[in-house]
Design a protein around this ligand. Structure first.
Ligand code: ATP
Ligand code: MG
Length: 918
């Protein structure tokens, strides 16, 4: 039987033999594309070729691409594990033609590969083609139909509608009809009983789509209309895991060698067996759930680990949050269904790293780092998972005590009374006034569990079910939708179509050599974000550096027909360089003088070159495990995140600074070269994980024995320009990731000046001592001693007050009463006195009051005899008699309670009131 590795290789070999250039997978995390968080199809990395923004270096390309479909337009998350052929992360095998071959070759080759190389049974294959669409005024794809007719029986060519057979990248952009290949994996008897063709595109688990061939021939505009593209392209995608399943003759992707290793490792860890036959029968309950859990884990661990290896750490927002959610989903499955309560996922990483070492080596190369990140996330979630379960249980307890209550339980406010939250305030409600709702968890509470503790709704539902409750899922979904629309409103960007002034112009960056040039606008458009209007401008050639590799985008000016356009930022969209402006003149035709803000750019370059010096120094001082995990470079400072497992010590920081400053003083020339990627790597160049490089790379060399990096940024000419380098701060960002913030050049000069100034002020305040450090130390010691003295004096004072109070005790109706307005410095003193009086009194009640910095403070204490005799207690007395007098409130234990309030004018009345109780 062919292994999955052989199957992958045969695909690539086949297309290589048809003149295709084999390229590596792009990183799974997408940069420079506002419409995508993750790569969700093989074509993403070639978008610019389809859009005509860039010319393809090869017209025929093939690869296997890491894809993730968990957010946005393509989201398969809820299917994963429940079915056996949708994954979060999967490999998409693809072949492309950029303006080269079209339908005839694509169709013929896909058939040849499937039936002659992989030897799939022709009787089990069906194909679909686009039937046309009246509304869009699109005809049936006769061309594809005719090509298929040459190789497959006509009754196996099925017509598909726009939803299934017209592929679009997004709301706008390249699109076109597609033809899909489906395989019928049912048994012969099943196939005899029901005609396979009726099951195509019908969600049958054994009749599945494996390959989609898209023929890109239109561009969808913002107004919805379609414009034919000048060059036609082929874009295909075949699900690797599905292909392997078909070739290896399995009924589930999870039974192929892509997943069996991970599943076996999971079985070993949790001590349970994966029951693959419990697949299609949810009715088997527990064992079905268990089987789903095995699949979810085997699937999710791949998505999590490859995304982290590509540089995306789990976090609270954006792409990082998506990863966190996938990870939590996996944790919840092993916790709830495999009864495994410790971190599990990170234990599976070695298996996966090894399995993919030859295809996607980035995981094996960073195994320690990725394991550390995954384990820390698991630890953290297992903790909140436990807390969430406690929260859930106390909610249920509360509701069982107050079955009529419909409101959400809130821990902070306590469960004393049923209450509702109105306008952010707790409102006590009368249980009788509440509608009776039996054993239903309100959606708001379920949402709180999701939002605060990361509970997926089905976990809450399962926990509810176990105790005979249900969840108001409708209300939950409403809450979720509310939150989603809140976050959508915050990020929604409305982009209008480009207004093109020159269709064929290049978009060239000339800013490595020039800071100003004469050029022209080739296109522009209006965008609206958060209600604010702005403009995006593309120039034929531009000196403006677009934000990338951590270096911020340039700002500056465009001069056009005597008008000035202020450029506030420059960013890339894929490879298009876009200049941002808040306003533009009506007419953008004509010569443009583009001028970068040079001072800012130069200060930024200083920090970029300093970043390279720092990176190399870190590897020398801390070790070669240091790899860049994030970088920010602007005119004010640099921030560098890197993998390292311990705090960088003060000595190490000092060593790093010494090394970098030495390199600055040596005034090393910064040499920049273009070369083949392999040559650069052979030279020892540091490439970054999660970064996409072409065949030719730009290499920045600062002493070939010290720092060689692949880098597209702008740099100084000689390190001497940096002047000085100083680390400001070292901290942790995430598990195994440290951050250094540093300054160089003028920013470093300013930092030092600032520090000297502060020191000068301190020196003066201390009256210019000879040894400033010593004098500060003395000051601190002295201060500590004084504090101790004050404390002991205060204690003595309190003891004196106490014995005075005991002497003043009056006996009223058989009880000792002490009531006094005191002068003390803090409320704790009242509490302490009340507490200390306990030992000297029996059958008593004490009330002490004080005006502390304009606020009323009261303590009431008593013994159990008093409580029993008067059927009251300290909190009750506070609430009923004292709180109104001082316009405040408080509480505490039955024998000792305290209160605070705004009104200090009634303190004597407080004493009288309590006295009256006797
Ligand atoms: P389906 O309808 O099965 O979800 P699709 O129409 O979303 O598939 P395409 O966008 O055409 O799929 O992607 C091309 C190929 O990628 C599919 O034919 C399939 O083999 C594979 N594929 C798509 N989504 C997934 C997924 N979530 N997991 C594994 N393979 C997938
Ligand atoms: Mg799909």
């Amino acid at each position: 039987m062919l292994t999955s590795a052989e199957i992958r290789k045969q695909f690539l070999d086949f297309f290589q033999s048809k003149g295709h250039h084999i390229v590596p997978s792009a990183p799974i995390v997408v940069k420079n594309d506002p419409t995508l968080l993750f790569t969700n199809a093989g074509m993403n990395q070639f978008k610019d070729y389809f859009l005509g923004n860039k010319k393809a270096p090869y017209t025929r390309v093939a690869d296997t691409q890491k894809c993730l479909r968990v957010s946005g337009k393509h989201n398969d998350l809820e299917e994963v594990g429940v079915d056996t052929y949708h994954h979060t992360m999967f490999e998409m095998l693809g072949n492309w033609s950029f303006g080269d071959y079209f339908k005839a070759e694509a169709i013929a080759w896909s058939w040849e590969l499937l039936t002659e190389v992989y030897k799939l049974d022709k009787d089990r294959l069906y194909v679909t083609i686009f039937e046309g669409d009246v509304k869009e005024n699109l005809p049936k794809d006769e061309e594809a139909y005719n090509e298929w007719k040459k190789v497959i029986a006509e009754d196996r060519i099925l017509l598909g509608n726009k939803k299934d057979n017209f592929w679009e990248m997004g709301d706008t952009g390249p699109c076109g009809p597609c033809t899909e290949i489906h395989v019928d994996c049912r048994t012969d008897e099943e196939r005899k009983a029901v005609d396979g063709k009726t099951l195509v595109n019908n969600d049958h688990p054994q009749v599945i789509e494996i390959w989609n061939n898209v023929f890109i021939q239109f561009n969808r505009l913002k107004d919805g209309s379609l414009e034919p593209l000048p060059a036609k392209h082929v874009d295909t995608g075949m699900g690797f895991e599905r292909l392997v399943r078909v070739i290896q003759n399995n009924t589930s992707n999870y039974d192929t060698d892509v997943f069996t290793g991970t599943i076996a490792a999971t079985e070993n860890i949790v001590g349970k067996k994966y029951n693959a036959t419990a697949i299609n029968s949810p009715s088997t309950g527990g064992s079905w759930r268990e089987a789903v859990a095995f699949r979810v884990i085997a699937d999710h661990i791949r998505a999590i680990s490859f995304t982290i290896a590509d540089g995306q750490l789990p976090s609270n927002t954006g792409a990082g949050y998506v990863i966190r959610r996938i990870l939590r989903r996996a944790v919840r499955y092993y916790y709830s269904y495999l009864d495994y309560k410790q971190p599990l996922l990170h234990q599976l990483l070695p298996v996966i790293a090894k399995q993919f070492a030859n295809v996607f080596p980035e995981l094996e190369q960073q195994l320690d780092f990725v394991s550390k990140v995954v384990k820390e996330e698991e630890d953290a979630f297992l903790k909140t998972l436990g807390k969430g379960i406690t929260k859930f249980n106390s909610y249920i307890n509360f509701r069982e005590q107050f079955p009529e209550a419909t409101h959400a339980y809130n821990e902070e406010l306590g469960d004393e009374f049923p209450y509702d939250i109105q306008e952010g305030k707790k409102v006590i409600v009368n249980p009788q006034s509440l509608e009776v709702t039996q054993k239903t968890i309100p959606g708001k509470f379920a949402f709180e569990l999701t939002d605060t503790y990361g509970f997926p709704i089905d976990l809450t539902e399962l926990m509810a079910k176990e105790i005979g409750w249900k969840v108001d899922v409708k209300e939950f979904e409403k809450e979720l939708a509310k939150q989603k629309s809140r976050s959508r409103a915050a990020t929604a960007i409305d982009t209008e179509d480009w207004i093109v002034l020159d269709e064929y112009a290049l978009n060239e960056f000339v800013g490595y050599d020039s800071m100003e040039i004469q050029t022209k606008v080739t296109k522009y458009r209006k965008v609206k974000a958060k209600g604010k209007e702005a403009f995006q401008i593309v120039l034929e050639a531009t000196p403006f550096y677009a934000e990338s590799g951590g270096q911020v985008g340039d700002t500056g000016k465009l001069l056009l027909n005597n008008e000035e356009i202020i450029i506030t930022d420059t960013k890339k969209e894929n490879n298009l360089i876009i200049h941002f402006a808040d306003s533009i003149p009506a007419d953008l035709n004509g010569e443009v003088f583009a001028k970068v803000d040079v001072t800012k750019r130069k200060a930024t370059e200083v920090h970029h070159s300093a970043t390279h010096l720092l990176h190399a120094a870190l590897r020398k001082v801390l070790g070669t495990h240091v790899a860049q995990k994030g970088s920010l470079v602007n005119n004010e400072h640099l921030r560098f995140d890197f993998s390292h497992f311990a705090k960088v010590t003060d000595e190490e920081i000092a060593q790093i600074e010494i090394l970098v400053n030495e390199k600055i003083r040596t005034n090393i020339p910064v040499v920049i070269k273009q070369m083949h990627k392999d040559e650069a790597i052979a030279m020892g160049a540091m490439a970054l994980f999660g970064e996409k490089y072409g065949d030719t790379v730009r290499v920045v060399i600062i002493d070939p024995h010290y720092s060689i990096e692949l880098c597209g940024g702008t740099h100084v000419c000689n390190t001497g320009e940096l002047g000085f380098f100083k680390i400001k701060h070292e901290s942790a960002v995430a598990a195994g990731v440290r951050r250094i913030e540093a300054v160089s050049g003028k920013a470093a000069e300013e930092l030092i000046a600032e520090q000297f100034e502060t020191l000068g002020v301190i020196r003066e305040t201390l009256k210019n001592p000879k040894e400033i450090q010593k004098s500060v130390e003395n000051l601190v010691t002295e201060n500590n001693e004084l504090k101790k003295k004050v404390e002991s004096l205060e204690a003595k004072q309190l003891a004196a007050i106490k014995s005075e109070l005991v002497d003043k005790a009056q006996i009223i109706n058989g009880f000792n009463f002490i009531g006094e307005v005191l002068e003390v410095s803090n409320a704790d003193a009242l509490k302490k006195l009340s507490f200390d009086l306990k030992t000297s009194l029996n059958n008593y009640i004490v009330v002490l009051a004080a005006n502390i910095e304009g606020k009323a403070s009261v303590a009431v204490s008593m013994d159990d005899n008093f409580i029993a005799a008067k059927n009251t207690d300290a909190p009750k007395i506070i609430k009923e008699h004292i709180a109104p007098l001082i316009k405040g409130g408080g509480g505490g234990q039955k024998t000792l309670a305290t209160a605070g309030g705004q009104d200090t004018s009634n303190l004597q009345q407080v004493i009288e009131k309590v006295k009256a109780l006797l």
